[in-house]
Design a protein around this ligand. Sequence first.
Ligand SMILES: [Zn+2]
Ligand SMILES: [Zn+2]
Length: 381
Amino acid sequence: MDSSLYVLVEDLRGDVDAARILSHGVSSITIGAAYHRARDVTPHGRTRVTFRHDGIHFPPGDHFDGLRLVPPVQRDADQEPLRALREQTRELGVPLHGWGVFLHNTTLGLAFPDVTQQNCFGDRAAPADLCPSNPDVRAYAVALGRAIARQGMDSVVTESLHFGTFGHGYHHERSFVDLGPAAEFALGLCFCPHCEARVPAAGEARAAASGLVASVLDGGPPAVALPAVLEDYARARTPIVTSLAADVAGAVAAEGSRLTFLDLTGAVKGYADGRPTGAPAADSAWQIGVDPAAVSDVVPSYAVLCYARDEARVAEDVAAYRAALGPETTLRALLRPGIPDTESAEQLAAKVKAARTSGADTVDYYQYGLVPLPALARIPR
Ligand SMILES: [Zn+2]
Ligand SMILES: [Zn+2]
């Protein structure tokens, strides 16, 4: 099975060279076909600091005709960088995967606030997080999956095809209140009309969430313990995500491609410092509305983020996902070859081995443009 390097279009320095990317020890490329707003330090890029926009890097064609939500189109789309990469990888005989950020899009959320997550107080204050319960959002996700597949991709990697979290709903966030993990979690839950219609006992959960958060905002101590009614509410959202993944997977399969569901839970736990603690990531996936076992019944491939320094933690996380996923589902483990997870080639090699022996079918790397060349050189050949 191929081992892939994640790459963003802006980091190709204006000239598409698949062989150069593959020279970093990988056997396929996962290209960002639809991405979101970010400001990144890009150590070996044409620009050393890169501003990225929300939107698709290919012409939209008629894929979004008749839909309320239409993706912004990137400035480079008419130069068709994906097509050039597709032609080169085909010639080289290597797979090309199309990676899309699905329900995390500030441009769409600001233009259509009613499709974003609505918190327990009724505020629409997460413009980046489109709600998976919303019918316009679901239609958009299916069309986006189909459109990426149509670019000739061997698979479509779906990032953010689930609920968002409070900690990352916008890109300049301030809180001078120590909410505590339970109140922060509660404040990230969506209670929009579509969620309330789909999830049982939403009214009771909403009252519990607003009561919990208000108790802290009114001067009480940080909330540590999550009330059972809120955990039940959060877990009851998993069929919404599973059915959406099934719909997108169907659209992708109809184009002759296959869907890889990217589960972000490992990033929620280890993104900042590579030191995830507590139970394996798979046990926390419900917090973003994901039931790994159920999703694996509707998608052929599943990717997990092993954002961890410690090889034993990588092994534990991969083994937990392997146990949860159906035996037919491919498991791809994504590692970061640089900070904050990895300091040496030996450490990376040990984690690759740990992932493989714990049940990962393949190991992929995140991400070409963000990682200095000496760190990319750690990728085992
Ligand atoms: Zn973001
Ligand atoms: Zn909602």
